[in-house]
Structures are given as C-alpha cells and as structure tokens.
Design a protein around this ligand. Structure first.
Ligand SMILES: Nc1ncnc2c1ncn2[C@@H]1O[C@H](COP(=O)(O)OP(=O)(O)OP(=O)(O)O)[C@@H](O)[C@H]1O
Length: 834
C-alpha cells in the first residue's frame, strides 16, 4: 500500500503520588535524538517513535515539536487527526486540553491549535475568505452525544458518496476568533467527560479565494480517547458486564482496525463495528494526516501498562494513510479543463466519422483511401490514450480465450444490430465474469477469515480450557484455604476457651491470694494472741511461784509464832487445848486455801494446756497454709507460663490467619483478573462472530445478485435465440455463416452459464458452510457465556465501579451565536482543564 505512515509521538508524564507511595521509580531512558525510549524495569525493551517526550517536557515543547506543523497541513487543505491514547491517568486530557485553558504554560494542544489557526487566518491575504466551524461530540457506551446540545445523546452515523461519513444532526457552530472558540469549549466543559468516554472535537476550515473562486475545505479531528474500563471486583452482574463490554467496544474495535490495516492479511477492516472507528474511518488508513500521541507513565509501578501502550503505538505507526488536499479548482483552471475536454470531444467525433467512413467503404467492398490511414493512425496515437475510460473495454479486447467471432457480411441494419447486441452481450458477459471473479475473491477472503477465526477460536478455546482448569485449581485452593481457615477458626475458638480458662484460673489465683493474705493476717493475729497468752501464762506461773513462796513463808512464820506462843504461855495446860483447836482451825483454813489454790493452779494448767494445743493446732494450720500458699504460688507461676504460651500461640494464629486472609484476597483478585480476561476474550469472540455474520450476509447478498445475473443471462440467451431466428431469414450462404457464428456464441454462452451455475453452486455451498460455521461459533460463544456466568456466580464480591458522568445541560446554542453558551449552568463542571 502506498501513502504516508501515521505519525506517532510518545509522552511520559511525571510519576504521580500513588506511584511514589507504592515505591515506584522511573524506568525510562530516552536516546539523544529523542526518538527511542528504553524501559529498564523488570525487563528491558526499546521502542522507536517519531518523537519521545520525557517527564519534564512542557506543553509548549510538545506542541512546537509535534503538532504545530499539523496546522499548516490543515490550512493547506489536508484533513488531519490527532488521537490521544493511553491508560487511565496517563495524561491524555492533560495533553489535549491542559490543566488550564487560559494559562499560557499549562494549556494543552487544543487551545494552542485554535490560537495558531486564528493567527494563520489573520496573517492570510485579504482575498482569502475563511469560515471556521466547530462541533464537539462524545461517545459513551456506543451512543454519540452532541456536547453543544447534550439532549441529543444518541446521534446516528451516516455514510454517503458525496459527504462521506458524517454524524446526522450534530451541531456546527461558526467561530470568528480564539475567544469565541474558547467560550464554546468552556460551555461544553459542563457536559464532558467521563474517563470512559471518547471526546471528538471537529474544527472545519473552509477557505475561498474571492478572486479566482478556488476553494479548500479541511477538517481537523481532535480525539481524547477513553481509558479501558476494567471489570470491578464487586457487582459483576450480567448488566454491569454488558455495560463494560459496550464501553470497551470502541477501543477494542480501534485495536482490531489497526491490526487489520497492518497485518497485511485481512481484506476486511471492521470500521463499522464501533461508532468511534466508523466516524474516524478516514483517519485510519484513509484521507487524513494522522498523529497519535501515546501517553504513558514512566513508573516501574505501571510498567505492564506502559509496555502495552507502547506496543499499540508501534503497531499504529505501521498504518499508512492516503491524504490528499481537498481543493476545488479555480474558474480559470476549470475553463482550461473544459476547453481541453471540448477539443478531445471534437477529435473523437472526427475519429468516429473516419471509422464510419472506413466501415462504409469496407461494406461497399472499397478499400479505404490511403491518405485517411495516416489520419486514423494520428488519431490513434494521439488520442486513443485520452479515450474516456470504459472499464470493460480493455478487458474484452485482451481476452484471448474468447472465441473469435467470424467475419460475416450481413445486411447493414442487421449487421449493425447484431454487432450492437453482440457487443452488449460481450460486455454483459465480461461484467459477469468480473463479478464472478469478485465473488470468488470474496469467497477466498471469507475462507481465509474463517480459517483465521477458526484458529483464533481454537486458541480461545484452549485458553478457555486453561482458564477453566486454573479456575478449578483456584477453587480447590480456595476450598483448601477455607477448610484451613475453618480449622484455624476452631483452633482460635479452642485457644479462646483456653484463654478464658486461663483468665478464670488467674481469677482463682487472685481469690486464693486474697484468701491467703486473710489467712496470713489471722495467723499473725493468732500468733499475737498466743504470745500474749504465753506472756499471761508466764505471769501466772510467776504469781504461782510467788504465792507458793509467800505461803511457805507464812507457814514458817506461823510455826515460829506457834512455838513461841507455846513456850512463853504460863497456863500450858489450858492453852494446850486452845492451841490445838487453833492449829486445827488454821490447818483446815490452810488446807481449804491450799485446795482452792491447787484448783486454780489446775485450772490454769488446763488453760495453758488448751492454749498449747490451740497454738500447736494453729501452727499446724499455718504450716498447712504456707504449704498451700507455696503450691498455689507454683500453680500460679505455671499458669502464668501457660498463659504467656497461649498468648504467643494466639499471636501466631492471628498472624497466620492474617496471612491466610491476605492469600485469600490475592486469590480472589487473581480470580477476578482471570474473569476479566475471559470476559475480554469473550467480547472479542463476539466481535469476531459479528464480523463473520456480516461476511455471511454479504456472501448471501452476493449469491442473490449472482442469481439475478443468471436471470439476466437467460434473458440475453433468449435475445440471442431471437437473433438466431432473425438470421434464419437471411440468404443460405449468410445463414450458414451466421449459424456458425451463433453456434459459437451459443457455445460460449452455455460455457459461461455452466460456469455461472458452478460458481453459484459453489457460492451456495460456501454460504451453507459459512452458516454452519457461524452456528458453531454461536454455540461456542453461548458455551463461553454460560461458562463465564458459571464462573461469575461464586465471585460474589466483584463489582463494577460506575463511571462518574457529567449530566444535564441547557438549551442548545444556536448556530453562530456562542455568547449565550457561557452563561449556562455550572452544574457538573469538571475541574481538570477549565
Ligand atoms: N505531563 C504532565 N505533567 C504534569 N501532570 C500531569 C501530566 N500529565 C498528566 N498529569 C496529571 O495527571 C493526572 C491525570 O491526567 P489526565 O486526567 O490527563 O489523565 P487521563 O489519561 O486523561 O485520565 P482518564 O483516562 O482517566 O481520563 C492529572 O491530575 C494531570 O494534571
């Protein structure tokens, strides 16, 4: 394919906060020329583009080095397109619109282009009249929304020969200067943009030279592509998946279109599979000068995303476009062309007249005059090349396999008529032949595509099987993990119980301690009482000894007194009786006193004995209590040891449980990823199925057209037989010749009919096969869908995050009246670039 390659520039933004927080680091290295970038992350890979902009590149530099020339192209009449491609948060909107449209440093390429366009217009010669029109649309979930009139949110895309592809009913507003354009864009800011929608701004520039009438019309498409929507971890309902599929359809079709344009095999480019590629079909492989700005993250944290984006960029770079200036010719040029074609017509008329003369002279048996040969030759040489193009003319002349028509001299009218018919039939046959060839080619390409789809389907099937096996494995792992976690839970419960018993024992120990301290206190009290009792006992013993010594002394005193009395008394015989009586009396008193004292001493001794017993008992109790205390202390220590061990075990269990739950989450995430992958595969499969369906429909149409052509051929045959009948009226010699001629023609027609019949049968067979294959594909798709739905059910935590979308919008702006736009509602304003 000839033409110019699409231009691809690559821009790296600085690392964002998340990437820095996650420990990411820049992995890119750009060469001296600024055209090659090497990624030095987990793997090392290099990619070459028309220009690579590093992290610190300013908006001005990006514009000056890669976009400025596009404005030249547009003003020269070339259609141009700029795509911003990249993953989410890679800086697409920052590059296209910038952080602030009015800030001279941070404004993006769109405001800079607008500025440049109006600078060009202001500097252009005064005889050139410019009209600049602006329209702005958004594609979300395969619905086209007019951003100048947001209530128009499902516009239709049409295609016809004069206008090409266009969006029906899309507002176009005329803008006269930079500020008006900014105002219009600011108005639409209230209605844009989710990161899952594509925004397309179209700037149409019409220029007319009022002196010469020459005109140019060019369109500049500024496309901020959406980011791929991922399948969420929760809420992966059928409806949500359907929504994701619709959101991603345009991007996956863009990939397929670029693949079809670059793989050199695909005859069919699936532009019509999505609104985005349908609207921008001329930008991809058609009449447009196209630039892709590939936006990437430089961080090791996003390495995989960056590599896939760069691979897309390399692929896009291989697409070739065929841009041509859209210029209408001036009056002078048109006049010159008219003059030339008039002279050509006169020459042809002369040529035809000369031919007719020659024909007439041949028919009348005269040789053509030699002086006319030169003229014919001249005409042949000079003008035959400028014959109006008749597509089948040359084919017929070159077709050597066609039987040569014998020359017959017929009557003039008949001959002419028969010649005319013959020519007509031959033309028709040639047409049929080319159509047949086209059909065959189409069949071939369909076959190839089917083969391709088959192989794709096979690989998808294999991948599906792999997924199923992996999912089964993951399920087993999940079951194992859940069993383990249950076991852990049980262990945890038992540990908790032990913990509780330990805490109970600790309580017991506290009670015991309290009891022990009470016992200790009472023991101390007892010891004190015993001490006091012993002291009392000792005092009593002392008293007793004192009393005894005093009694002894009294007895001795008494004895002494008695002997003195007896010795000194005169009346010995009278007093002897009194003394003995006194003695008896004293002895009895003494005996009773002694008895009482002995009783008291006995009682005291008993008391002392009792006290001694109590003391020994208390001592035993104390001993027992101290033993108990000791054993309890030991028990307490062992319980404390058990408790600390239990603590350790609980901590360990907690840690393992945390690890297990982290593993479970990782497995769940992996499952969700797998699910997403299989979903993406499925959506691709569906797209493939749709394409096959289209092919099938096309082939069916071709079949019915071929049938129509057979009918026409049959009609031609009838005409031919009529000619044959007419020819039967001719003289015998002529009849013979014309019979042969007709027989030859009949034979040829029969051959062609047979050929047609054969190709028709082939076509029907192929159609049938195609139908079967489509049915097979459908079945497999259904299987895949049911498998997916089976797989989806257990992952109940998956959810698709709904994109945040601007809504609302006021009355639409009228053409060429943008001043009212800015006053509209401020609702849903996106703060990123205005
Ligand atoms: N070259 C850059 N320099 C500084 N900041 C940037 C650059 N590129 C992007 N950013 C910042 O990164 C953030 C994300 O950028 P932006 O919104 O343009 O990404 P996006 O690709 O359009 O995302 P989405 O597809 O989700 O809409 C913004 O805050 C923007 O200001």
């Amino acid at each position: 394919m000839s033409g110019f390659n699409i231009k691809v520039v690559c821009r790296f933004r600085p690392q964002n906060k998340l990437e820095i927080d996650k420990g990411g680091f820049p992995t890119i290295e750009i060469d001296e020329n600024g055209t090659r970038v090497t990624l030095k992350g987990e793997t090392t890979s290099s990619f070459t583009f028309d220009k690579v902009f590093g992290m610190d590149t300013t908006q001005k530099d990006v514009f000056d080095y890669s976009i400025k020339s596009i404005v030249d192209d547009v003003t020269a009449g070339y259609n141009s397109t700029i795509f911003a491609y990249g993953k989410t948060d890679s800086g697409k909107t920052f590059t296209m619109m910038g952080a602030d449209i009015n800030d001279k440093n941070t404004k993006g390429i769109t405001p800079r282009i607008i500025e440049q366009v109006f600078t060009r217009i202001n500097n252009a010669p005064s005889n050139i009249k410019f009209t600049v029109k602006l329209s702005y649309m958004e594609i979300y979930m395969e619905r086209v929304r007019d951003l100048f009139n947001p209530s128009n949110d499902d516009l239709t895309v049409y295609e016809d020969k004069t206008q090409g592809v266009y969006v029906n009913g899309l507002y176009e507003i005329c803008v006269a200067n930079r500020d008006e354009t900014y105002q219009a864009i600011t108005y639409t800011n209230m209605n844009t943009k989710s990161s899952h929608s594509h925004s397309i701004m179209v700037i149409t520039i019409i220029q007319k030279d009022i002196n010469t009438g020459a005109a140019k019309c060019s369109k500049l498409f500024l496309v901020d592509l959406a980011s791929l929507k991922k399948v969420g971890k929760t809420n992966s309902s059928e409806q949500a998946l359907e929504e994701t599929k619709k959101v991603n359809k345009s991007l996956s079709t863009l990939h397929m279109v670029i693949n079809a344009l670059t793989d050199g095999k695909s005859g069919h480019v699936p532009y019509r599979n999505s609104k985005l590629t349908h609207i921008l079909r001329e930008s991809l492989g058609g009449n447009s000068r196209t630039t892709f700005i590939i936006n990437c993250s430089p961080s090791s944290y996003n390495e995989a995303n960056t590599i896939s984006t760069l691979i897309f960029g390399v692929r896009a770079k291989a697409v070739k476009n065929k841009a041509k200036a859209n210029a209408d010719l001036s009056f002078a040029k048109l006049k010159a062309l008219l003059k030339k074609s008039k002279t050509e017509t006169i020459t042809f008329q002369n040529y035809i007249a000369a031919l007719e003369d020659e024909e007439n002279s041949r028919r009348s048996g005269k040789a053509s005059p030699e002086d006319k040969w030169d003229m014919l030759d001249e005409i042949n040489k000079d003008d035959i090349t400028t014959l109006p193009s008749e597509p089948n003319f040359k084919t017929i002349a070159d077709d050597t396999c066609r039987p040569i028509t014998p020359f017959v001299t017929l009557e003039n009218d008949e001959l002419e008529e028969s010649l005319k018919r013959e020519k007509k039939l031959v033309n028709q046959l040639a047409e049929k032949e080319t159509e047949l060839k086209n059909c065959e080619k189409l069949l071939e390409s369909s076959k190839e595509e089917i083969c391709h789809y088959k192989s794709q389907e096979l690989s998808l099937h294999q991948e599906n099987q792999q997924f199923i096996a992996e999912i089964a494995e993951l399920r087993l792992q999940l079951q194992k993990l859940s069993a383990e976690s249950k076991e852990k839970e049980i262990n945890d419960d038992s540990l908790k119980e032990t913990d509780e018993s330990v805490s109970l024992t600790i309580n017991d120990t506290a009670i015991l301690r309290h009891y022990l301290s009470n016992a200790q206190e009472s023991l101390n009290q007892y010891t004190k009482t015993i001490d006091s009792l012993q002291k009392e006992n000792q005092a009593l013993e002392k008293n007793k000894v004192e009393y005894e010594s005093r009694l002894k002394k009294l007895e001795e005193d008494y004895e002494e007194l008695f002997s003195k009395t007896v010795a000194t008394s005169p009346e010995n015989e009278n007093t002897e009786e009194a003394t003995s009586a006194l003695k008896v009396d004293l002895e009895t008193q003494y005996a009773s006193k002694n008895e009482i004292q002995q009783q008291e001493i006995g009682e005291l001794r008993l008391e002392v004995e009792e006290l001694k017993q109590v003391i020994s008992k208390k001592t035993e109790d104390i001993l027992k209590l101290s033993q108990n205390l000791q054993s309890m202390k030991e028990a307490n220590n062992s319980l404390l040891n058990i408790h600390s061990e239990c603590d350790k075990k609980i901590n360990y269990m907690r840690k393992t449980m945390d690890e297990n739950s982290a593993n479970l989450t990782a497995i769940n995430e992996a499952l969700v990823c797998k699910l997403q992958l299989s979903y993406e595969k499925e959506s691709e499969l569906e797209i493939v199925k749709n394409e096959a369906q289209e092919k099938y429909d096309y082939a069916l149409k071709a079949g019915s057209e071929a049938e129509k052509k057979v009918a026409i051929l049959e009609r031609s045959l009838d005409q031919l037989s009529t000619v044959q009948k007419q020819a039967s009226i001719l003289p015998n010699s002529s009849i013979c010749l014309s019979d042969r001629k007709l027989a030859a023609r009949n034979e040829r027609i029969q051959q062609l009919e047979a050929l047609l019949q054969h190709s028709q049968e082939e076509l029907i067979k192929q159609n049938r096969k195609l139908g079967e294959q489509i049915n097979l594909l459908r079945e497999r798709l259904q299987q895949a869908t049911s498998l997916r739905s089976q797989r989806v059910v257990p992952v109940s935590f998956a959810r698709i995050a709904r994109p945040v979308r601007g809504g609302g919008g006021e009355a639409a702006p009228t053409d060429c009246q943008t001043n009212t736009l800015a006053s509209s509602t401020e609702k849903n304003k996106r703060g990123s670039w205005i």
